[in-house]
Design a protein around this ligand. Structure first.
Ligand SMILES: *Cc1c(COP(=O)(O)O)cnc(C)c1O
Length: 364
């Protein structure tokens, strides 16, 4: 496979519409990001050469931290090497062996690893089941420190966390609320994430997001109150003991933030395309689960059915990956469609024709 972030990929000598990438806004190839990266490389070179706490802290990096803090409307922010590293930083600097961390069962693997590394007590609640969470929080009501962590957009189902209920629950139980906005950043809430979309941004303690998905670059950020961000800077080992981002990623990240801040056309188009596609799927009798976002699963159940559907769509010029256990629970194999804002009318027609044929094939 080549050019996997582009709208069309080359696969086995075929040209396929790419619905597998997280390049949701199509920014990875945008001229503004290319220019941002090139200018940063011309000024600073290809590497930062060290951790930010040693000599790897260039003015450009402080500028990115400030731009994120402003964009997220938080006191402070710090950018780190990747989303994976950001979750390790957050969890290891805010949780310890006296902490209980409550985590949605469908949270990203980097959250799970961060909890393990923090040595906190790891309590998983059923996906988006806040009654279950409240029951578990009752059980640990005397714990010295509590933290609730959730993805805001879930990567395999495309549904969203119930923040309107999570916020008061965390307040009542004295728990910190940590959000992983990896799939919502650039997309929801004028690009700021689900917390902004729902207007609860001031009631969230930690806002984590990445530059690697809709923002079309690489790296991640942690934004919040000054004491929270200071804790990450001082105790986040994945930040302290790791070389800072390459200048190209920072230059592209700054350009992406500026684009998303000044113009919502792409994210609005993405949301429009997503609801149009769900309407088509509904008409064709496909089950897209609880999706309300640009991530749209087509639930097929058995592995071989999902694989056959993937191959069928490939024969119709569309690449939608088949997701199978252990990534998703047994018996819930699916195609996972990641829509993107740069899909034009003809591309949507190609996709809909493929889906229509698939529905006919499977006798719907
Ligand atoms: C992709 C992702 C990450 C990891 O981000 P990278 O920048 O790819 O390391 C973390 N959390 C969630 C929810 C993700 O989807």
């Amino acid at each position: 496979m080549d050019r996997g972030a582009d709208l069309y990929i080359e696969y086995d000598g075929r040209r396929l519409l790419n619905l597998a990438s997280n390049n949701y806004l199509g920014l990875a190839g945008a001229s503004e990001l290319r220019d941002g990266a090139i200018q940063a490389v011309q000024k600073y070179g290809a590497s930062s050469g060290a951790s930010r706490l040693v000599t790897g802290n260039f003015a450009l990096y402080d500028q990115l931290d400030r731009a994120v803090a402003e964009f997220k409307e938080q006191d402070d922010a710090v950018c780190v090497g990747s989303g994976y590293a950001a979750n390790l930083c957050v969890l290891t600097s805010l949780a310890d062996r006296n902490t209980v961390v409550f985590s949605d069962r469908l949270n990203h693997a980097s959250i799970v690893d961060g909890i393990l590394l923090s040595r906190a007590t790891h309590v998983r609640y059923r996906h988006n089941d806040l009654e279950h969470l409240a029951g578990l929080m009752d059980r640990y009501v005397d714990a010295p420190r509590k933290l609730v962590v959730t993805d805001t957009v879930f990567s395999m189902d495309g549904d969203v966390a119930h923040l309107h209920e999570l916020v008061p629950l965390c307040r009542d139980y004295g728990a910190l609320l940590v959000l992983d906005e990896a799939h919502a950043t650039g997309v929801m809430g004028r690009g700021r994430g689900l917390a902004h979309e729902l207007g609860v941004q001031d009631e969230v303690d930690v806002h984590m997001g990445t530059f690697s998905k809709a923002l079309g670059s690489y790296g991640a950020f942690i934004a919040g109150r000054r004491d929270i961000v200071d804790a990450v800077r001082n105790f986040g080992r994945a930040f302290i003991f790791s070389t800072s981002l390459p200048p190209a990623a920072v230059g592209a990240g700054l350009a992406a933030l500026e684009l998303v801040r000044s113009n919502q056309d792409r994210s609005e188009r993405l949301m429009l395309l997503s609801s149009q596609l769900r309407a088509v799927l509904r008409r064709l009798g496909f089950d897209f689960g609880p999706s309300t976002t640009q991530i749209i699963p087509i639930m097929l159940g058995a592995n071989d059915v999902a694989l056959a559907a993937r191959d069928f769509l490939m024969d119709h010029g569309v690449f939608a990956p088949a997701i199978r256990p252990p990534t998703v629970p047994e018996g819930t194999s699916r195609l996972r469609l990641s829509l993107r804002a740069d899909l034009g009318g003809k591309d949507m027609d190609l996709l809909c024709a493929g889906l229509e044929a698939l529905a006919g094939e499977s006798g719907r």
